[in-house]
Design a protein around this ligand. Structure first.
Ligand code: B1M
Length: 221
């Protein structure tokens, strides 16, 4: 099998949620020398985008989304150490979580991987994270950046609730707040008072570093 055939099969098997086959293809891809990022951006992510499109059209239902998500997660488990291990020095702590009411975590996990690759120490609180859990974790881990992920229009309002909880705890000036997730926009991030937004994992990492550099430069001034 050549690289193109492998990527096509990986796309097709992710689409139908065949986790064992996707895991097998991921390992085969590595043996063939296919770059982890190629598998991610040319096969796995496009497959999940198509799953979402089919769900919107009513051709797929929740179980299909669920198994496709599991297939993608199976591949990510294998690719994670390869994507995250760049040997970068630790530049700060990033506290991450999917907001209360929301169970989507694949996109968040991908952001974690890229942040780790860029040198962040990532503390991930998982999914359905309540505002008070974010506050407790800020007190415990003293992160430079806190990130909220939301993937539903119905859970995006939790950004504001979380920010208000952090303000109420007197911690707002201590942290940079970043938000993201499929339905989130820069306008929405501005409206809820977040410091930063990014549409995908690579730009989230870039934006987090920019914001951290700005904050550190201001502290020195
Ligand atoms: Co759900 N789901 N889902 N789902 N699901 C979406 C998000 C949806 C867009 C599908 C659609 O209609 N096209 C839709 C949301 C519509 C909306 O509100 N706008 C939807 C829906 C409606 C639902 C349910 C309500 C369905 C139902 O029950 N009727 C339900 C809600 C459950 C809940 O949370 N309470 C539900 C459930 C699920 C599953 C559990 C079955 C499963 C999740 C599995 C899992 O995550 N472990 C699932 C899946 C797989 C999807 C789709 C198909 C794929 C999501 C994904 O992983 N994408 C999704 C369709 C789609 O997104 N097109 C869909 C790949 C991932 C790499 O991209 O998540 O965008 P993404 O992450 C990106 C960026 O968003 C960004 O970087 C990531 C990596 O590049 N990013 C950040 C993420 N976090 C960031 C944080 C940052 C910065 C950037 O800073 C802090």
């Amino acid at each position: 099998m050549n690289q193109d055939e492998l990527l096509q099969q990986m796309y097709a098997q992710t689409l139908v949620g065949n986790k064992p086959e996707v895991v097998d293809l991921t390992n085969q891809g590595l043996e063939l020398g296919v770059a982890p990022t190629t598998m991610l951006f040319e096969s796995l992510i496009p497959a999940l985008e198509e799953v979402g499109a089919r769900f919107e059209r009513g051709d797929f239902f929740v179980p299909e989304m669920l198994i496709a998500g599991r297939a993608m997660s199976g591949a990510l488990e294998i690719l994670r150490p390869l994507l995250a291990d760049t040997g970068a020095e630790t530049i700060g702590t990033f506290l991450m979580g999917t907001v209360k009411g929301d169970v989507h975590d694949i996109g968040k996990n991908l952001v974690d991987i890229m942040l780790e690759g860029a040198g962040f120490n990532v503390v991930d609180l998982g999914v359905q994270v309540a505002p008070e859990s974010f506050v407790d974790a800020i007190k415990e881990h003293r992160p430079e950046v806190v990130g909220f992920s939301a993937f539903l229009t119905t859970t995006m309002p939790m950004f504001k609730v979380n920010i208000e909880a952090i303000e109420k705890a007197g911690l707002r000036d201590d942290v940079i707040v970043m938000v993201g997730g499929a339905p989130v926009t820069q306008e929405y991030a501005d409206a809820v008072g977040a410091d930063g937004y990014a549409p995908d994992a690579a730009s989230a990492t870039k934006r987090a570093k920019e914001l951290l550099d700005q904050k550190r430069a201001l502290a020195l001034a």
